[in-house]
Write a protein that binds this ligand. Sequence first.
Ligand code: SDX
Length: 427
Amino acid sequence: MSDKKAQLTVDGKTIDLPVLSGNTGPDVIDVRSLVAQGYFTYDPGFMSTASCESAITYIDGENGVLLHRGYPIEQLAEKSDFLELCFLLLNGELPNAEEKTKFENDVTMHTMVNEAMVRLFRGFHHDAHPMAMMCGAVGALSAFYHDSLDITDPEHREISALRLIAKIPTIAAMCYKHHIGQPFMYPNNKLSFAENFLHMMFGTPCDEPNVNPVLARAMDKIFLLHADHEQNASTSTVRLAGSSGANPFACIASGITALWGPAHGGANEAVLTMLAEIGSVENIDTFVAKAKDKNDPFRLMGFGHRVYKNFDPRAKVMKVACDEVLAELGLENDPLLAIAKRLEQIALEDEYFIQRKLYPNVDFYSGIIMKAIGIPTDMFTVIFATGRTVGWIAHWAEMISGSYKIGRPRQLYTGYTPRDYQPVEER
Ligand code: SDX
């Protein structure tokens, strides 16, 4: 904290506001006392608002910095793995060897879902969007785990976190299997987290597990790069839902619904749709012109970010992983990759994008890797949600284990002032 002060003078009155400092990043002006002075702050989209105090993830948008509990994403992507990052996000420190083994085993022991979930999935139409099934299935989890819904009990919070991290991949794979009419695959306890996911996605009861280790490593990296990202739209949704005391399964389901939008987690699916619509390198200029045209709603999906104004460090890591996977699969001449690389090059040299600081974000290359792995486009946001669940539950647990108030923003009211009802015959 700091002893800095801000002064606000309005209607001839000067109001002193405390200024709070974190360990790094911008100071914040504490405006909590303003309501007592008869004022609200106004910040649609929360462009200038710190909604909470958190110690989990730090982003410096100007310098392309992303830290998880202080560790740079580049180092975690190179040296860590997804489950180790889960432990770090939840507990604040990297696990020692014994903790790492125990956490991996604890997650493995919770990967199965209640068998009644099979009947739930049978109720979905086979061509339902996988994200629609994911929203329903995760929300339904609270119907099965009444033994762990006391959010004031640290043990309940811990077992709920484990269940969510462990079961989300199983549910994600069930969304895919139901979609294609294949039998659900049970988790295999001998496989790693990412291997197990690919096994449940692409394995069948007719053959032994057979997962390509290069693809498993790429899948693990995709989960790791999507794990958490400060107070983004879906994480803020989880915090707001959690502030009412809702159970963790319901809160994560609210995060999944917020993630679905094309401006957020739905962008990876939209990137592939856009690249397919562009169709060839020759058409790129036409689409870049559309993206710049104010009268055209078309945007370059996978470009731009509310916080990153130089580059998204995750996009850089994802681009390297993309090259590795496509080379491993002999797809380095993938036409979509050629369009993506040329599009990035053109956009980064175009004044419109430079002036607005629009760079590729995490979603720009992730879809190309997922397509190469064999994941269909409409499953991309389901993959994003599978990785992000640990971030959502870490923020939920951080809030619930501390002091918090129910989130209840106010508004700038521009509707009618009081008026009298008119009988219908007088209207
Ligand atoms: C994620 O918040 C997070 O951390 C999110 C995320 C996470 O890990 O949780 O990082 C994941 O959601 C990444 C973002 C994925 N979305 C997309 O790729 C969709 C395309 N991008 C945009 O829609 C947009 O860039 C946003 C939503 C990401 C950010 O929008 P902002 O911050 O509200 O910025 P804006 O819409 O006000 O744009 C500023 C200007 C505008 O032009 P002007 O009105 O100033 O002339 O830039 C333009 C916009 O029109 N612009 C684009 C553009 N993005 C912004 N123009 C063309 N193509 C784009 N992609």
